[in-house]
Design a protein around this ligand. Sequence first.
Ligand code: GLU
Length: 394
Amino acid sequence: MDALSARINSLPVSATLAMAAKARELKNEGIDVIGLSLGEPDFNTPEFIKDAAIQAVNDNYNSYSPVDGYVELKQAICTKFKRDNGIEYGLDQIVVSTGAKQSIANVCMVLLDPGDEVLLPAPYWVSYSAIATLAEATSTIIPSSIDTDFKITPEQLEAAISHKTKLIMFNSPNNPSGIIYTEAEYRALGKVLEKYPDIYILSDEIYEHINYGTKHFSIAAIPELYDRTITVNGVAKAFAMTGWRIGYIGAPAWIAKACNKMQGQITSGANCIAQRATITALEAPVSKIQYMIDEFQIRRELIIKLLSGIPGIRLNQPAGAFYVFPDVSHYFGKTLRGKTIKDASDFALYLLEEAHVATVTGDAFGNGDCIRISYAASQDNIKEAIGRIAKALA
Ligand code: GLU
């Protein structure tokens, strides 16, 4: 529509959500589509968290909460940051938002001006570049490939920095590649960033607990970077609470204050029942959700084994999150069942049409050689889906 703003017209559709919607559409038409496009645990929210929500309803938590979140929740977040990440935050450094996505959007809106540059180590999560665009900033992608285990080097980081660079967005464990930056790797990248005091660091740690053995490290734990790092987290992935929409940041107080002001004009704060339930989730020991992590790990082994049997698919070993990000460039230029595969988008479309398996093109994550497959699905669905993919590619 001509009447729509340039802002919305220039905004790309979220590729993850678009693929999920397409799969849903085909399912409604009676086609047996297996959806491996969305990063969403297929578990129910644990009973002890649901009970806390029910209790909150019965306790009449129905009024607006403080815009930046209930004090008890912010306290639980401070305790979590100290317990899991070794980072000290005060209450004035915490803002609770409607999902980690809004936390990221708040940070971009309050830090970025038109013309500022945001560095995105690739592969990066789909919405980072779109949110930067909304804030009228430009994105500079730092490429990686399966040959470097999808990690960037300090040299690459330094080469990508310009006088316009204002923000860098890290995501570890990474969506879509599953890689985890180790403490040593983050310290090496941090050494570069120490030289550029005007660059802010957003560290998206939403997959922190979906980790198969690499020690999680928060970049804000580096004292030299603490004052300009925003740590983003939430309960969606680890606690199977995607629809509850609770994310949060720990940040320098002046950034937290600005985010509070921003969401005060946009949402008035996150849902009050979900906030109360999140207090219970964060206060629980991680051992209470270990059964989900264990199951994701079994699925990881399963999907790697099955995909490794398909010629032309190259895989890394994801250390966390619940995605594989295979390099499928071997198929580019080939014609399968009369369809020419030019790129990763064609490949993902081919899998949807011929195998009825929904995945997401790697282009959306800044890597056009790969596709993303979520294994937050049952073992039966994974077996069936990869079986169908193997057949469609044979
Ligand atoms: N973060 C998930 C994903 O990457 C959920 C969908 C979204 O918000 O983009 O699939």
